[in-house]
Design a protein around this ligand. Structure first.
Ligand SMILES: *Cc1c(COP(=O)(O)O)cnc(C)c1O
Ligand code: SF4
Length: 344
């Protein structure tokens, strides 16, 4: 593509591109005052404008449902602040830290658990802040992994990203640098062969977890971006958020997970949605999630099975929420078809 079209950033852009109707404009403008709005062209191109319930539109086009906050929702749903010793750093688990060099993204997901904070260009870490965060990691040999997240870390310029990787690679006690990114889907052309090379030659093992929620997001452009990463030797994982009206059917999840392994991506986590403000229209129950996971166990290859996890509200951590197949009291185990078997 020679000329890159412009990202859609406001109500007027959304109206002009046909993604919202005039009667929705007022509510969408109110939403945009609270939460950042952006749709990259790669994502906007995936939307079927004829389909009122399009699962891609539901994830990325703002709607009046976001104006509804429920009592259990929180600005900081998973309690990052309580575990943040320094700006841009979250240290909840002994062996790994999150580093958020910036809080901008090519597209702003309407379900984002950091939605109260993302989109703020001012939140990009300064050189001095980055220096302090790296010094914190360097001084703590228990930290074995640094996870770059945000915002989207692949929004850093190639030179800043390379410089950051170089500084992390110089910390001897780190084993792994992990990058969490939606860019292979949201702006796949940013993932150039040169970027993939830079990641694979970082001087440490770099793992990349791609965020993707619906099989249609694995477009040919996204597939090509994932191929550039896999060909460069980057181990690829995925994270998916379970979202009502997007991927809450076994057929959809199955197709997504099959698409991922076809693109050499190992499904990692299926996240139960967090209690982010204005997201109740996306939430389903853990019982519903467990039923979907059971269906996947029955119909999908073991290498395509994600782990279903909940980030406990308030900051207690991330844990698998089943389903479990072993019933200790009954001394019985359930097979993939749902039949119990005694085992002693
Ligand atoms: C999710 C998260 C991690 C990564 O957890 P994994 O289970 O290793 O993927 C690390 N630190 C924090 C603070 C997190 O929220
Ligand atoms: S790309 Fe990630 S950080 Fe950015 S808005 Fe979406 S979920 Fe949030």
């Amino acid at each position: 593509m020679s000329s890159r079209r412009r990202t859609l950033r406001n109500t007027a852009d959304l109206l002009e591109s046909g993604l919202i109707r005039p009667f929705q404009a007022e509510d969408v403008a109110r939403v945009a005052q609270i939460y950042t709005v952006a749709l990259s062209t790669a994502v906007a191109d995936l939307i079927d404008r004829q389909d009122e319930a399009d699962p891609i539109a539901r994830q990325y086009v703002p709607s009046s449902a976001e104006l509804i906050d429920t009592a259990d929702e929180r600005q900081d749903p998973i309690g990052d602040a309580a575990y943040s010793p320094l700006k841009g750093l979250v240290h909840r688990y002994p062996d790994r830290v999150l580093l958020t060099p910036l809080l901008v993204c090519p597209v702003y997901c309407r379900f984002c658990f950091r939605r109260a904070r993302v989109g703020d260009a001012e939140a990009t870490m300064t050189e001095a802040e980055l220096e302090s965060a790296l010094a914190y990691v360097a001084a703590r040999p228990d930290i074995r992994e640094v996870i770059l997240t945000g915002g989207d870390p692949l929004m850093l310029s190639a030179s800043r990203l390379k410089a950051l990787l170089g500084r992390l690679a110089a910390i001897a006690h780190l084993d792994v640098i992990r990058i969490h990114s939606r860019v292979p889907v949201s702006d796949p052309e940013r993932v150039t062969a040169a970027l993939a090379q830079a990641l694979s030659r970082a001087g440490k093992a770099v793992w990349l977890a791609v965020h993707v929620n619906h099989p249609r997001e694995l477009s040919s452009l996204a597939g090509a971006a994932l191929a550039r990463l896999a060909d460069a030797g980057i181990p690829l994982l995925s994270q998916t958020v379970l979202l009502k009206g997007v991927n809450d059917r076994a057929e959809v999840l199955e197709e997504l997970m099959r698409g991922l392994i076809r693109h050499r991506v190992r499904p990692y986590y299926l996240h139960h949605p967090d209690l982010a403000p204005g997201t109740s229209h996306f939430r389903l129950s853990i019982a519903e999630g467990r039923t979907l996971m059971r269906a996947l166990r029955g119909r999908l290859s073991g290498i395509a099975q994600p782990t279903y996890v909940l980030d406990i509200p308030g900051g207690a951590g991330k844990v698998p929420v089943g389903p479990d197949y072993w019933d200790e009291e009954a001394g019985s185990v359930t097979d993939p078809a749902g039949r119990p078997h005694r085992y002693s």
